[in-house]
Ligand binder design. Sequence first.
Ligand code: MIG
Length: 690
Amino acid sequence: MIFRHKFGKPLETGAAVNFDGVEIADDEAVEYFTVEKGGGIRFRRRLGEDTAVYGLGENVRGINKRGWRYVSYCSDDPMHTEDKQSLYGAHNFIVVDEEKPFGVFVDIPGRVAFDVCADKYDVLEIIAEDDNLYFYEITGDSISDIVRSFRAMIGKSYVPPLWAFGYQQCRWSYPTEDSVREVAREYKRAGIPIDAVYLDIDYMEQYKDFTVDKERFPDLKALAEEMKEEGVHLVPIIDAGVKIEKGYDVYEEGAANGYFCKDESGDDYVTAVWPGKTHFPDFLNTEARRWFGLKYKRLTDMGIDGFWNDMNEPAIFYSEKGLERVWTTLDAVKEQGNIGMSGFFAVRDAFGGLMNSERDYRAMYHNMDGETVCHHRVHNLYGYNMTRSAAEALDEIRPDERTLLFSRASYIGMHRYGGIWTGDNQSWWSHILMNLKMLPSLNMCGFLYTGADLGGFGGNTTRDLLLRWLALGIFTPLMRNHSALGTRNQECYRFENSDDFKGLISLRYRLIPYLYSEFNKSNERGDMMFRPLAFDYHGDKRARGVEDQLMLGGELMIAPVYEQNARGRYVYLPEDMLFVLFDGADRFEAKRLEKGDHYIEVGLNQVPVFIRRNRLLPLCRAAQTTSALDRNTLELIGWTNGAAEYELYTDDGISKPVKGKKLVRLRAENGSVGSDDDSIAVSDGGVIFE
Ligand code: MIG
């Protein structure tokens, strides 16, 4: 059951779309919290000592969020350390795991803080700066039940094309046609599967959206075609800021039609990002949104069928006003002659405060279809609506085929339009674990198509770090290796013994029938593809505390190794499971392990997977690209003491609306395996019949 309470005059975010079973009250009578108003609203609740709190999507720290203060305010911050409070997404949904669990969704597009027992060890406090909001309280029999109700209300997730489940290679940048060709060629030469190569900002002419640099990419259309013949898709980046330049049509049209965000005096707001001085399209305006979205056609006309939207928090290097403040400070300090400590820090802070400054967000305005709204109040809707702009236009431009689309900034509701990647992480071991911990909380908030920059974006990766990270990444719907300008190149073929990489990534391709099934079934049923053990084994106190293993779909548990030089790890089994250790893609050893603690050895080229009793894992043969994948010939692995079944989801992988959708039952019983659909052939890949 969902109850919606209304405070003041909330701005409509579009997060919730389905109100069946939602009790809509125009009152402020929330049940689970005490409410304190005055300069915003504070919702307060005392929590029992063992009460866990889950959710908040993309953020730092644990799966259980208790013990820190988190702030929803989309932030361009590439240092994801424990002391941070905000990352790129703003996902205001939590579940409080009390004896009678309940969920809370605070629907407000401005800043909101979740103090989860940080200030006071037993108090959960939700603090909104603005007192206009919807406050949802969600009840249910279990955590999964509550999540299901919430997901039904916010609508189904974006579904990418099947090829977007293939391995993808990115870098800032592959700056020329030849560098793109080289990546595709070297992967193929090493026999490592790949489905996409990315184009970062350098493909553009002076970082202007929807342009292509003539010198470095003389014929993008031909290149896209050539790559597609190899089964490789090109995915260009689109940035939020539009370069101010006379004669550049996107700028001219936006300015002429009033499609850009404004400053206090009503002029187009000037900020600086990659192209230098820019304006931000007003994605909160219906007309502007459609106008910008239709520009993606320039690239789809060249054969492009995937995009990533970046810098849409929006990231601001500096504003003109901000820069003026710096000069004023500098002049004042300079006048003092001898720069003392306070002068020195004043100068440092003046520059340090230039980027992504809240003062700039407060000085920018939207035209929300007639209503002038300060950006700060609706900050968390910006990246969301940039991606909505693209998705809605792509529905018109490519009505029959799915397009790959994901964003950096997001708010709940955006999951219907595209996926998200989790932004600029670092080549740190701790970030493998952070990647793992975010997966279930993102799923709770509707985001199913997600993944992290594998190998780490900032800093230099190492062979072992990349291998360990890939061994987690092979399970995430978006599996993309990405790294920053100036860091060590981290394409897999560059490292010693590339067969180890080939093994891991080939195993990913073998898992695609399973991952695609679990993705789509979770989406249709409002389930989470990745779940903490706590959700499935709630009565098991040990399981409730596990923060480095996840349930994946209905059959598997995963437990990657995430520590430097570790040759294995401890794993907790909440029930008897079949421990399958893949050694590359084709060999594996399987043995039954009992509920409890086990130490498992895992080599750098190995992947452990745990299968529940009477469940089956389907695998296809690996291929160089998803276009060459035979999804109709499957092997089953698993174990049963009676009968085991797997429900396979398949469709044609590309059509919109979905075509060729089928649910096929695969089973193992009495020593043999079978399928209830003749077009899907199954063989016994090693089922243990007890
Ligand atoms: O300020 O386009 O998160 O993936 O490679 C950096 C360059 C801008 C940030 C993105 C990253 C991308 C980079 N961008």
